[in-house]
Ligand binder design. Structure first.
Ligand code: TXA
Ligand code: MG
Length: 319
């Protein structure tokens, strides 16, 4: 039985007790819900992969309460420190050289010499990290390959019975996963996300390198072509629905849409609504159903939205 916990001191202590025992607790961040386990425990990290049904040991993001805790795990250069100071806590993950003797389970970084670290801003995530007093490894709290959860009931729909608890903190404000930035060798956008790349470029005073298409290996599961997949098929850039399609609109040009990501054409609102809307569209479309999605502008948070939509629309790899 998966317990639903409230964000009270007593319930957070119960969550900490589960984490200390090597059990898994899902918790809200401002981006999406994370599936948390003690990042120092091989057993806890292995259980994360098992609960998600991840096909392989892809590296996980390590969540900590502040920059000082992140510097204990990873080596920061000047660029990394300046973006961390500008945007943490917040929807930004940094991939940095792993500090020797950081004490993390090697499974967290999948044996790589670098680690992904993030300081989330959500008050419940902050409270949990401080009460736990250690690093929490947390991928998005969904079965591998499915749509990320932005509400506690999304977590339960995918993982009920497979994890000890979920802390219910309501809907996530940002709604898409964190932006992932690497520095090897130049600042590189590894995944568009909740922090617009434009903001990072302004802070660093340089353009970000984009990840080469067809890079040798997907270092991020979010980079696998078919990811964030609903059960229905997805057609993009749809300016109208074909018969039988569920039409997901954006902006004021689609009054006939079955559901609109943001009638006002606001990308921040659309990002916050994206995964819940995909789930709603999926349940309306039904098995073998079809979802059509209106065009979304490709700037700011629109880059992260379009990235997730392309993956939702990609041919499925089987599982
Ligand atoms: O917003 C988020 O980032 C959410 C919340 C829970 O924090 N987490 C999340 O985790 O999206 P996940 O596991 O679904 O995606 C993490 C991404 C993966 O695509 C992973 O491959 C990449 O981060 N990553 C983790 N460690 C890495 C490393 N050492 N090198 C390169 N990429 C890494
Ligand atoms: Mg994920």
């Amino acid at each position: 039985m998966t317990e639903t916990l409230r964000p009270t001191p007593d319930d957070l202590n119960r969550a900490v007790m589960f984490l200390r025992a090597g059990d898994l607790v899902a918790f809200p961040t401002e981006t999406v819900y994370g599936l948390g386990g003690d990042a120092r425990s091989d057993r806890a990290v292995a259980r994360i992969f098992e609960a998600k049904g991840r096909p392989s040991f892809n590296p996980l993001i390590v969540h900590v309460a502040d920059l000082a805790a992140a510097e204990a795990l990873a080596v920061f250069d000047d660029n990394a420190r300046s973006v961390a100071q500008a945007f943490w806590p917040g929807p930004l993950t940094l991939v940095l050289p792993l500090r020797p003797h950081a004490g993390l389970s090697p499974l967290v970084s999948a044996g790589l010499p670098c680690v992904a670290v993030r300081v989330p801003a959500h008050p419940i995530a902050q409270a949990l990290l401080r009460a736990f007093g250690g690093p929490i490894a947390a991928p998005s709290a969904n079965p591998s390959g499915r749509v990320s959860p932005t509400r506690a009931d999304h977590v339960l729909a995918g993982l009920s019975g497979r994890i000890a608890a979920v802390v219910d903190g309501g809907a996530c404000a940002v709604g898409v996963e964190s932006t992932i930035l690497g520095f090897d060798p130049a600042p590189t956008l590894l995944r568009p996300g909740g922090l617009p790349a434009e903001a990072l470029e302004a802070c660093l005073g340089t353009r970000l390198a984009a990840l080469a298409e067809g890079a040798d290996r997907p270092s991020a599961p979010g980079q696998l072509a078919s990811h964030y997949a609903p059960a229905a098929t997805v057609r993009l850039n749809a300016t109208q629905a074909e018969p039988g399609e569920f039409w997901l609109g954006f902006g004021g040009h689609c009054p006939a849409a079955d559901l609109n990501l943001s009638p006002a054409g606001d990308l921040v609102e659309a990002a916050a609504n994206l995964f819940h809307a995909l789930r709603q569209a999926d349940s309306h479309a039904g098995a073998g159903g079809r979802i059509a999605v209106a065009p979304v502008p490709d700037h700011g948070l629109g880059c992260a939205i379009n990235d997730r939509l392309r993956r939702a629309a990609a041919p499925r790899s089987g599982a």
